[in-house]
Design a protein around this ligand. Structure first.
Ligand code: ADP
Ligand code: MG
Length: 462
């Protein structure tokens, strides 16, 4: 995105504009729920000596922003004003260190009661995604230990490995595995009270309870009734002291009652910063298992299994090439495979190795945060039109459709506001944007070709 703000004049109005522009880009980079939770009611107070002073509602938000989003905030601010060197977070009203109810309740940031998880079809009672099962989980040398432990937990929940602590890099299959345990246990006995959550959502739940003075009633009661509690990505609690304390007590309560607890993290508990010894030792009481980078054979097996699931015939040569090229992240492997399947369906023929190579070349770039420009570029590339015509006034069909699709994707997937979309696409009125999005929605209901195209564009953006 181009710099729109004059670096020399950072007066009050510009500060407001700077933050508004920054928020637009942040909104595109993170989930809607996180955006509305953490960035609501944030303001830049001033920019002085290269430091942007950001006002936030409370300590909790301050911690969260400075620990989780600092890099992103700084990067985007610097995109606009290169001379910004740092961000200081200040609390709007000094309400003390404690995250305490009453007053905060009045001025609080109105954290979403429910932080929606992204998939539609997850079960509301347990948050489990039925897609994650043992049946479609490929076991290979890299994950066989973790898989065996997970199976053992299914066999004797609360008894053998408690807690089960799975750690490993992004896309190694941790979420899939720990949710499979939940799904399997429910399948075996539908009365089992399973609950899956992420540590983020757990923290939000806690803070909401604190804010509404319902820790003892609502929060404790809720979490202590589960037979199986699964908390994903626990590393995010590394700067959430209060939440960790609550987790500690919850852990003890569940553990003492032989309830199964399952955690995942991106690192070994000993490597999670700030984690108290008492929590580390609780984790070590069970089983801590690493899911390392998948080995070549396993990557091949995963590609084959996913192709089969999609009833897609894939050449061994292509499988081998993919497994060689895309190392580590299974999510990425899935993304590329989806693109191949889509392309092949679109072209109505099998892709050659060269086609696949070309496709990968265009798609494997380090995925940073996606900007409006990325979406425009991807869609323009897909329809093989020049990116610049998207911004022009032209109404030829070849351009109108991609332009409408861009609007639709920006709105549906990235939750950009209608006026912002209009502004970013060459200064169009927001009613035009609304009309375009509605048009695509309507077309998608009747045009299966369009559905495939959108799927593929989405796969390429993911
Ligand atoms: P993590 O939680 O470690 O980041 P995920 O569990 O989200 O990784 O896995 C990323 C994607 O890869 C998911 O779509 C998941 O279904 C798939 N996946 C991961 N491991 C396997 C596996 N062993 N077999 C089949 N699919 C897998
Ligand atoms: Mg995960």
């Amino acid at each position: 995105m181009s710099k729109t703000i004059n670096e020399n004049v950072i007066d009050e109005i510009n500060v407001k504009e700077l933050w508004e522009n920054t928020l637009v880009d942040i909104e595109l980079s993170i989930s809607k729920a996180n955006f509305s939770t953490w960035f609501k009611d944030t303001h830049i107070i001033k920019v002085e000596n290269g430091i942007a002073y950001l006002s936030v509602q409370n300590e909790f938000v301050k911690d969260w922003l400075s620990n989780k989003y600092h890099k992103l905030i700084l990067k985007i601010l610097r995109d606009f004003i290169g001379s910004i060197r740092g961000v200081e977070y200040t609390i709007k009203k000094d309400i003390g260190k404690e995250v305490v109810a009453e007053e905060e309740h009045k001025i609080g940031v109105n954290i979403n009661k429910e932080l929606p998880l992204t998939d539609f079809y997850i079960n509301k009672d347990d948050n489990l995604n039925p897609r994650y099962t043992f049946e479609n989980f490929v076991v290979g040398p890299f994950n066989e230990l973790a898989h065996a432990a997970a199976q053992a937990v299914v066999g004797k929940p609360g008894i053998v490995y408690n807690p089960l602590f799975i750690y490993g890099g992004t896309g190694h299959g941790k979420t899939h595995l720990i949710q499979s345990v939940g799904n399997q246990l429910k399948k075996r006995n539908p009365d089992t009270k399973v609950f899956y959550t992420t540590s983020e959502k757990f923290a939000i739940d806690y803070i909401n309870a604190v804010r509404s003075n319902k820790v003892n009633t609502l929060f404790k009661e809720k979490y202590r009734k589960y037979d199986v509690l699964i908390i994903d990505d626990i590393q995010f609690l590394s700067n959430m002291e209060k939440t960790r304390e609550e987790l500690f007590h919850l852990f003890n309560a569940l553990y003492d009652n032989n309830k199964q607890i399952i955690f995942s993290s991106d690192t070994h508990p000993n490597m999670i910063p700030n984690l108290e010894d008492r929590l580390k030792s609780r984790f070590s009481a069970g089983m801590i298992i690493d899911v390392p980078t998948p080995d070549h054979e396993s990557r091949m097996a995963i590609i084959k299994s996913k192709s089969l699931q999609n009833k897609f015939i894939i050449d061994d040569e292509v499988v081998d090439y993919l497994a060689l090229t895309i190392k580590g992240n299974i999510r990425e492997l899935e993304g590329i495979l989806n693109s191949i399947i889509c392309q092949s369906q679109l072209k109505d023929k099998a892709l050659t190795l060269n086609d696949v190579k070309a496709l990968i070349k265009n798609n494997i770039k380090p995925k940073k945060s996606i900007s409006v420009k990325d979406v425009i570029k991807q869609v323009a590339d897909f329809y093989q039109i020049d990116e610049s015509v998207i911004y022009k006034k032209t109404r030829v069909t070849e351009v109108v459709k991609p332009r409408q699709l861009i609007m639709y994707i920006l709105r549906e997937d990235f939750h950009v506001s209608y006026p912002t979309i209009g502004q970013k696409l060459g200064g169009r009125d927001h009613t035009t944007v609304i009309h375009s999005c509605e048009k695509i929605k309507k077309d998608l209901k009747v045009d299966s070709g369009l559905v495939k195209e959108v799927d593929q564009i989405r796969a390429m953006l993911s």
